[in-house]
Design a protein around this ligand. Structure first.
Ligand SMILES: Nc1ncnc2c1ncn2[C@@H]1O[C@H](COP(=O)(O)OP(=O)(O)OP(=O)(O)O)[C@@H](O)[C@H]1O
Ligand SMILES: [Mg+2]
Length: 267
């Protein structure tokens, strides 16, 4: 992807934005990029936990935006990949402490003064202030979607909003695929989701309990590459980085849900 500033968003909550942000950032850093991942979920921060960096949080995003510390003081460098940095969210403040202009300036400094190759922004759920602040500095988006009707509908809404906000490069991360359910016709297929949303995928991630384990130990699955989801997330990072990595075939059949496509099509 060309965009250096990528917002990870979905509309619907709990579909895997934070998991995707952690794994893609770690994957890109492993590929040699200098990356900062920003947690914009102010009040409900958990990216630090998913990345195993919660014990090292001193300053946070709101402290930087309010001028209470310098960016360098708030950035937490990952000890496993030293080109990976986390800017954690504040746990005590609410989303009203965020400003669009402040975020744009912060991201400019990360690129121009801190020399980041990529800034990944983990958006909160919803389409309100948190989403708007997260999307404002972005030049590209990863839209995380689960193969289920409510998630696809929210993704459709978010894609429209991203276009309206002039985030031109949107790609899908289809998360929690269960090939056996698709084969039985009980789950939307990858092709269904792509057809409904009319946006190209850049990542197809299987349902994998390895994600739960890696979250519990605070190590992004893409770093070890020992699980199916970890490999799929690392492949996604490689595609974002510019490598031509084919998608593994997860399913052959057209799902029963294909006919739902017409319900979603945007004018
Ligand atoms: N591929 C996967 N396989 C299994 N579990 C997953 C997968 N992806 C995410 N999960 C689990 O789903 C839950 C929600 O994931 P996550 O916190 O990343 O979602 P989110 O979109 O950031 O949520 P929120 O909207 O609350 O910020 C977590 O418990 C996570 O471990
Ligand atoms: Mg989250």
């Amino acid at each position: 992807m060309n965009g250096k500033v990528i917002v990870v968003t979905s509309g619907k909550g709990g579909v895997g934005k934070t998991t995707t942000s952690a794994n893609i950032s770690a994957g890109l850093a492993k590929l040699g990029e200098k990356v900062t991942v920003i947690d914009v979920d102010v009040g409900l921060r958990n990216l630090d936990v998913v990345m195993g960096l919660e014990g090292r949080v001193v300053f946070d995003l709101v402290d930087v935006l309010e001028g209470k510390c310098r960016i360098k003081q708030a950035l937490i460098r990952d000890k496993r990949v030293d080109s990976l940095f986390l800017l954690p969210a504040s746990q005590t403040r609410d989303k009203d402490s965020l400003s669009i202009d402040g975020m744009k300036e912060l991201v400019r400094q990360l690129l121009e003064e801190e020399g980041m190759d990529r800034v990944i922004i983990d958006s909160p759920a919803g389409i309100e202030t948190g989403f708007k602040v997260a999307a404002a500095p972005a030049t590209a988006a990863l839209v995380v979607v689960n193969p289920e009707v409510s998630s696809v509908r929210d993704a459709d809404r978010i894609i429209g909003l991203l276009e309206a906000n002039e985030v031109r490069e949107s790609r899908l991360v289809i998360n929690r695929m269960r090939p056996k359910m698709v084969a039985r016709g009980d789950m939307l297929s990858v092709d269904d989701v792509i057809e409904i949303l009319a946006v190209k995928p850049i990542g197809i991630i299987p349902e994998d309990e390895g994600i739960l384990i890696s979250t519990n130990i605070g190590e992004p699955a893409s770093l070890s590459g020992a699980t199916k989801a970890g490999i799929a997330f690392f492949d996604t990072a490689r595609r974002i980085h510019g490598e031509d990595v084919p998608f593994p075939k997860l399913e052959d059949k057209d799902g029963f849900f294909a006919s739902l496509g017409k319900l979603f099509r945007r004018g």
